[in-house]
Design a protein around this ligand. Structure first.
Ligand SMILES: [Fe+2]
Length: 237
């Protein structure tokens, strides 16, 4: 996202950073038992949750003497759950009505929620979060900002083990704008048997992103490495 933000002044970025840190301030008014509930929320409980953006904005206004740019900081707090298709809360604002900073924080906030463990779910991997945000709930986000975000966030972080058309490989590099097609070192065939390792940049092959079948999960990795009898991370050195 830095590419698009480079024309912003240092002061703009400081406001955005501070706004991102304070965006959920209103949650301090939500009882702990609602925040950590691992079953469905009642309508009343959801109404309490839905009040946190405006409560946060209000608290920021109350700190006018201590905080700079409270109008912008409170816009981020009050609008970070608005969706560009109008399906968000608390006001159901649409695209142009939502402050750009709030749109940026909304993307980071949802990504953080999806990739973090919660009382009701495990943490998703970055590529699963990407899939959900770009396909399942795409209408919530500004498409250009969403694209920029995932141009910068590694969908397959360095060290991730992938099963691909070429066999098993370990991610060696993830480059800006090519996060769907990392460079991997292929070290085992499709059956998981070791082969002479070689490096391939998936961004240079046709439909490189479709060559990836699955991410080998932490659960499977222990057995996989045990059967392999060596640690593939040696190819990252
Ligand atoms: Fe929130």
């Amino acid at each position: 996202m830095l590419g698009m933000l480079c024309h912003y002044t240092k002061k703009d970025l400081q406001i955005l950073t501070l706004g991102a840190l304070l965006h959920d301030l209103g949650k301090i008014a939500i009882p702990e038992e609602i925040l950590t509930k691992n079953t469905g929320l009642t309508d009343e409980e959801f109404a309490v949750i839905k009040a946190h953006p405006l409560r946060g904005a209000q608290r920021i206004h109350e700190m006018e003497n201590m905080l700079p740019h409270t109008a912008l900081l409170s816009a981020i707090a009050s609008e970070h759950h608005e969706h560009i298709d109008g399906s968000g809360y608390p006001r159901g604002l649409k695209d142009e009505e939502i402050h750009r900073y709030a749109k940026i924080v909304a993307i980071a906030d949802v990504y953080d929620a999806l990739t973090s463990e919660r009382p009701y779910k495990k943490a998703y991997t970055p590529n699963v979060a990407h899939n959900i945000m770009c396909n399942v709930i795409r209408g919530q986000f500004d498409p250009k900002l969403l694209n920029l975000f995932f141009n910068n966030v590694a969908l397959y972080p360095v060290g991730t083990i992938l099963k691909t058309d070429y066999g098993f490989g370990i991610v060696k590099k993830s480059a800006f704008g090519k996060t769907e097609t990392p460079t991997i070192v292929v070290f085992a065939n499709m059956e998981g048997r070791p082969i002479e390792p070689y490096t391939i940049d998936l961004s240079t092959v046709e439909d490189g992103n479709h060559k990836i079948h699955i991410v080998v999960s932490d659960n499977d990795l222990r057995h996989f490495i045990h059967n392999l009898a060596f640690d593939p991370s040696v190819y990252l050195k």
